[in-house]
Ligand binder design. Structure first.
Ligand code: G6P
Length: 372
């Protein structure tokens, strides 16, 4: 088994380390100088894609957070309203569906029963179903009109890591494909996104290289009983994912919040020494959001929070208010989540490890939940 882990102490560590490849393999064959084309979507026919008026992403757990990140980008590129629903909630709200609705399911395993049942429900109502899946020939992609596989390779650890990054990548490619077909995406924006994808594996590698720093941080924080995560825009679902990872494998109470929501409640939780990870948007690409998040940091710091700021390299605005700073490579706003999540994955893994827990097989959880 040690050999399967490629010399790493756990499958999760190995899989975090494989994330640059997960991105590269998921993009391969789907981008060119003329933009993004996913053959599986082309097969659906451009007319059908042009007619789509609404997209609903359905998923559970980590996959749902990948959907939440991508919803921002798909709306922007394809100008189609996108909402994300948990698979197990979808059916019970009697959703408004038509033949102009597209349901995109996201599932690493392709076997999650709640997601499968939601997809079947959608098929019965005549919507176009697209499956984003990491497992060849799993049930969900077989049932769907089109399958857009993520090529992250088999994921063994219960806590999902490389599948998350690959899911965001695949969903972004879908958004770019739809934008091209529908004529809502300029050549310039398309070329920019393609360039970001080309540079991404090397940047994800740099994010993976924060391991040592994060291990040290987790070591200092071994007794932590609660951790909060704050993010804005695409950083918000990253905050939710960072909190989920901690709950799953370190059994620590953790919550993610939209930074703007702080003053509406969560700030009451801030007490002396409360650790808060803050995902700071780039001051270059998102100056307005950046300044808002910096003032959020000041607010929580003034109330005693221990601030761990995840920033773009060169961002010095947070330095006076942060106890720890994790620096990541520069990327366009939509591509930041693919870097920001990596240190959060390491943090959960290292905290689980210092607590002597089983990183790969957390209590009470299964890799794939095949019951409703
Ligand atoms: C389980 C796993 C999670 C995963 C979720 C969805 O709860 O423990 O890590 O995110 O299922 O799984 P799927 O295979 O549908 O992506």
């Amino acid at each position: 088994e040690a050999a399967d882990k490629g010399g790493w102490s756990s499958f999760m560590a190995k899989e975090i380390n494989e994330q640059p490849d997960a991105v590269e393999n998921t993009v391969r064959g789907r981008i060119s100088e003329t933009g993004v084309e996913i053959p599986e979507l082309t097969e659906l026919g451009d007319e059908r894609l042009r007619g789509i008026e609404r997209i609903i992403i359905i998923a559970c757990g980590t996959a749902s957070y990948a959907g939440q990140v991508a919803a921002y980008a798909i709306e922007q590129w394809a100008r189609i309203p996108v909402e994300v629903q948990l698979s197990h909630e979808f059916r019970y709200r009697d959703p408004v569906l038509s033949d102009r609705t597209m349901v995109i399911s996201v599932s690493q395993s392709g076997e999650t029963m709640d997601t499968l049942m939601a997809v079947k429900y959608a098929i019965e109502r005549g919507v176009t179903t697209v499956s984003v899946c990491n497992t060849q020939s799993a049930t969900i992609p077989r049932e769907s009109d089109a399958a857009v596989y993520t090529h992250a390779g088999p994921e063994v650890a219960v806590a999902s890591t490389k599948a998350f990054i690959a899911q965001i990548t695949a969903l972004y490619l879908i958004g770019l494909h739809l934008g091209r077909v529908r004529g809502t995406l300029s050549d310039e924006v398309s070329a920019q996104a393609v360039a970001q994808f080309e540079e991404l594996p090397a940047k994800v590698r740099e994010a993976v290289d924060t391991h040592e720093q994060i291990a040290q941080l987790a070591h200092w924080m071994a007794d932590t009983r609660s951790v909060l995560f704050l993010g804005r825009h695409v950083g918000f679902p990253v905050a939710l994912e960072g909190a989920l990872k901690l709950k799953e494998i370190a059994y620590i109470h953790a919550e993610g919040f939209a930074a703007g929501e702080l003053k509406h409640g969560p700030i009451a939780l801030i007490d002396h020494g409360q650790p808060v990870f803050v995902l700071v948007p780039s001051p270059r690409t998102s100056p307005l959001m950046h300044s808002k998040v910096v003032s959020n940091i000041q607010e929580i710091r003034a109330r005693g929070a221990r601030v761990i700021a995840v920033v773009e390299k060169g961002d010095t605005a947070v330095l006076p208010f942060a106890d720890d700073v994790i620096r990541l490579p520069l990327a366009d706003a939509f591509f930041e989540p693919l870097l920001q999540v990596v240190p959060l994955q390491w943090f959960a893994l290292e905290l689980s490890t210092v607590k002597g827990l089983d990183v790969d097989q957390p209590r009470n959880l299964a890799k794939s939940v095949t019951v409703e």
